[in-house]
Write a protein that binds this ligand. Structure first.
Ligand code: MET
Length: 499
């Protein structure tokens, strides 16, 4: 027998945790601009097609693997077939990479929540963020010039994470999500309501929703839709496998996937409305076009929003709600990312939760704090984030799906498993979507991204830097994954499949 398996007390806890993982920075700062930039109102078509043909089917696949094989990603894949263990470690290594920079962004969001009171960014939020706050070095390199306020904020994020993970699946992860997700939704609804009353909000909504139907003929728009869905639902990198392994044996899997999938997309569309209403105000206030101010990521959250907060009535409240929501959404995603690593290490070494949490969180926090809250951290974040998302996640998902369809005859087993516990039964359509449509599209996305990045380099950054932290990291984690799969399992885990 192995260590007693932890569990969520019920399906509600699991659904909150899964929504907490899915709703993250991708929903708030990525979706609005991706939709705007890829056909506006017309984007809804590729987006829904991607959700239904790949997102939800893959979510169900992840749930089925974790729930049937009842282990972390490496253990579940190993139980599926011993040759697949490397896939589980590859997904886990993707989580390692994401975790070390995600914590920094949460640190920023917490600090900007406080800055909203004094509007610390003054009249030039861009200069403030780059020069005064992050003190970005003009050299693209690795240095250890720490920025102490950012260091402390990032360290606080790691500390809270450590405590919540120590408390366990039910009392830590489950309870945290049950509290934070409703709070996040309420805060966000108020923020969106306030943004909609700002002068110029309608211009923002027009810019977001006016359909450009010709975009539907452009393959890059479809690539963007599938890319957004994969990232936003947290599918294909171990998170949903891990969380589903904590569900009780009789739990409705396909029904849960539908709830989580639609909840995540609803939040995403809500964020689009709020962000573009606010950008419409900003454009109107500065007498320019929405397309001039529309942006995503760091530029949206830490440069455009501060400008909006400075000019809008009740700006401080908008700021606290926006940055607070960003911190909460990020934190509930980060916790799911780190739990993938904790669960994998725990299974492999047969450790107790406190031992596994310490062994994982402390080194991750040290690496994260050493490399990111520094004057060179921003460029590193940029490259690592782009490569792990554009190549890592797509490649790992593609290879897993290909292996599951070819040779291992896993799909029918997993479908039967889902049907034996779920209300919504899956038939041949699911197999075609998960095993046929998804790999073709993932393959296309991957080739598209690879050819572009090889031809154009990345963001004009020095080639050695991109080679090391982009390509080198992407290949390095596969090698590490393979080596980890060669290490022996603890006798206590008992990695055989019994049940
Ligand atoms: N699904 C999350 C998001 O949308 C990301 C999870 S892990 C990178 O931000």
């Amino acid at each position: 027998g192995g260590a007693a398996k932890e569990a969520f007390s019920g399906r509600t806890m699991f659904i909150f945790a899964a929504i907490g993982s899915a709703v993250g920075l991708g929903n708030i700062w990525r979706f609005p601009y991706v939709a705007f930039d890829n056909g506006g109102g017309a984007f809804i078509i590729p987006y829904l097609v991607a959700l239904l043909t790949a997102g939800i089917p893959l979510l169900m696949l992840d749930y089925a693997i974790g729930h049937r094989y009842r282990g972390s990603a490496p253990l579940s894949f190993r139980r599926l077939h011993p040759k697949l263990e490397t896939i589980g470690w590859w997904q886990l290594m993707i989580c390692v990479v994401i975790a070390i920079y995600y914590a920094l962004i949460i640190g920023w969001a917490m600090q900007y929540t406080v800055f909203s009171f004094s509007k610390a960014w003054g009249s030039d939020p861009a200069a403030f963020f780059m020069n005064d706050y992050m003190k970005v070095s003009d050299q693209v390199t690795i240095g250890f010039d720490f920025i102490w306020p950012v260091f402390i904020a990032t360290a606080i994020a790691w500390l809270v994470l450590l405590v919540v993970l120590m408390l366990g699946v039910q009392n830590g992860i489950g309870k945290l999500n049950v509290v934070l997700i409703p709070l996040l939704v309420v805060m966000f609804l108020i923020m969106v309501g306030m943004a909609l009353t700002l002068p110029g909000a309608a211009a923002g909504l027009d810019a977001l929703f006016t359909p450009s139907w010709s975009a539907l003929g452009d393959s890059s728009v479809w690539v963007a839709a599938y890319g957004q869905i994969f990232f936003s639902l947290s599918v294909g990198f171990g998170i949903m496998v891990t969380y589903a392994s904590y569900l009780k044996p009789r739990s409705d899997l396909s029904g849960s996937a539908l709830v989580v999938g639609f909840a995540n997309s609803s939040f995403e569309i809500l964020a689009g409305i709020g962000v573009f209403a606010a950008l419409g105000f900003m454009a109107t206030a500065s007498g320019t076009q929405v397309s001039e101010v529309a942006t995503s990521g760091i530029g949206l959250a830490f440069i455009a929003f501060p400008a909006i907060i400075s000019q809008a009535p009740f700006g401080t409240l908008i700021g606290v709600l926006f940055f607070g929501a960003l911190a909460f959404a990020g934190f509930t995603s980060l916790i799911s990312i780190v739990e993938v690593i904790v669960a994998g290490v725990r299974d492999k070494l047969g450790l107790s939760r406190p031992a596994a949490v310490s062994l994982v969180v402390l080194p991750l926090a040290v690496i994260s704090l050493l490399f990111f809250p520094t004057t060179t951290g921003l460029n590193l974040l940029d490259v690592v984030d782009a490569f792990v998302n554009n190549f890592g996640i797509a490649a790992a998902a593609l290879i897993s799906v290909l292996l599951l369809t070819s040779g291992f005859t896993a799909l029918p087993t997993l479908r039967d498993h889902i049907n034996s516990v779920s209300s919504f039964k899956l038939g041949r359509t699911w197999m075609i979507m998960a095993g046929g449509v998804t790999p073709v599209i993932l393959g296309y996305i991957l080739i598209d991204q690879l050819t572009k990045t090889v031809a154009e380099g990345y963001n004009d950054m020095p080639q050695w830097f991109v080679n090391t932290f982009g390509w080198g990291m992407a290949v390095g984690i596969v090698v590490i994954a393979y080596l980890l799969s060669r290490l022996p399992w603890s006798r206590r885990t008992g990695d055989g499949f019994t049940s």
